[in-house]
Design a protein. Structure first.
Length: 402
């Protein structure tokens, strides 16, 4: 029996534009289209851009959109108002936060991360440390070894809160506290928790956080990333990417850079207004969601999915933590022919995705999924596995995006 919620999940499900008969279990990779988004973007194109032209930077509030959207995201990730700005890509935001964190600890040279981190974050760290010169180290350990590896030579602890493959969840509060105890700066990637889990940045006293808005937040492909800097650090950090819009007075056109006040200094380039308009529309739905409700509903649906799949598909092995408190809002199963099996399942109108080497990944998103969807998805997966549909040649061909 489902719990009683303040959030009207049945109503929210009706606000998404999904193809008839499709069960979408890939919102952890790209969120589906809210029905209101098309009209919001159309209005931005035709009325704001079309009629106001360049005046819209003032008349339509375009210049303020990065921080206005940041304040809307703040509630969802437990952040203070005025501590998040949006724009650019997640990789750029990782670079910004990591560079600033390293400057806060000039006597240290180690960035600590784990093997469950998203590779893009590790790539950005590798490139930055190489640019900084000899003596810097990216120390990558197994997820279970992070606490033990948090020693007093670590400058920045850089972790993704939820492992993109398995869904394993790091304990942000405990690791942030331990990092503080050894004098390390914390940088959390919320790509798989923002909009999926009740993150508590302020409560955990995280120093920096970054995230994307095209996954659970339903901002659309290419939607802007966001960056958080806790209040006590905002006027200390030096933006390594000293972009025009992070300047104290962009339209003074000074030849020398002066960092803006507070979170504004973490702005870099021109805001992607059409993408931000789409995200703004999605935020209207998120304003109606209680994050603790979301978490409880996610656990209900995830537990149901695990039970159904394990009963129906014994060839699949659970690759996510068994205990719901140890995972985010996704469920992963391992299967040696996982890519082909996923393509066969997609052909049956159940969309998940695959992550090498053998992970079939399913995002459990309560805004547009219910028990009937979960059970039907497991039934279709049972057919794929029972009939060995994954052996068909057309499902063996690898596409560019998996």
């Amino acid at each position: 029996m489902s719990a009683t919620y303040k959030t009207d999940f049945a109503f929210l499900k009706q606000q998404f534009d999904l193809p008839e008969g499709m069960i979408y279990l890939d919102g952890n990779s790209l969120g589906p289209l809210p029905k209101a988004t098309s009209q919001r973007v159309k209005s931005c194109v035709e009325q704001e851009w079309g009629q106001e032209l360049i005046r819209a930077w003032n008349t339509a509030g375009w210049m303020a959109m990065p921080t206005r959207l940041g304040d809307r995201i703040a509630r969802m990730v437990g952040a203070e108002q005025g501590c998040i700005t949006t724009g650019d890509t997640l990789s750029i935001k990782v670079y910004q936060a990591l560079a600033s964190g390293l400057e806060l600890r000039p006597d240290r040279r180690v960035v600590l991360s784990d093997s469950g981190n998203f590779p893009s974050d590790l790539y950005m760290a590798q490139g930055l440390l190489r640019s900084l010169g000899p003596g810097y180290e990216l120390r990558v350990v197994e997820p279970e070894a992070v606490a033990e590896a948090l020693t007093d030579d670590v400058a920045v602890l850089m972790l993704t809160q939820v492992d993109y493959r398995s869904g394993r969840l790091h304990d942000m509060a405990a690791l942030s506290e331990q990092a503080r105890s050894v004098g390390a700066v914390t940088l959390w990637d919320l790509a798989h928790t923002a909009g999926a889990y009740p993150v508590r940045l302020a409560e955990c006293q995280a120093d920096f956080a970054v995230g994307c808005s095209y996954k659970f937040l339903n901002g659309g492909p290419g939607a802007p990333a966001f960056i958080y800097v806790r209040p006590g650090l905002q006027d200390q950090v030096r933006p390594a990417l000293s972009g025009w819009l992070g300047h104290e007075a962009p339209f003074a056109f000074d030849l020398d850079y002066r960092a803006g006040q507070g979170i504004e200094r973490m702005r870099v380039g021109t805001p992607p207004i059409l993408q931000m308009a789409a995200l703004d529309a999605s935020m209207d739905l998120w304003d109606q969601v209680d994050m603790d409700d979301l978490r409880q509903r996610s656990i209900e649906l995830s537990e149901l999915f695990i039970t159904e799949v394990e009963q129906r598909c014994p060839a699949l092995t659970l690759a996510s933590p068994r205990a719901p408190e140890d995972r985010g809002s996704q469920v992963s199963f391992a299967f040696k022919d996982g890519y082909a099996a996923m393509q066969a399942l997609i052909a049956r109108q159940v969309i998940g995705d695959f992550r090498a080497p053998d992970i079939m990944r399913f995002g459990i998103t309560p805004l547009y999924l219910d028990e009937a969807d979960i059970i039907e998805a497991a039934k279709r997966l049972e057919i794929v596995m029972g009939e060995k549909e994954w052996q068909r040649p057309e499902f063996q061909v690898r596409a560019a995006v998996t």
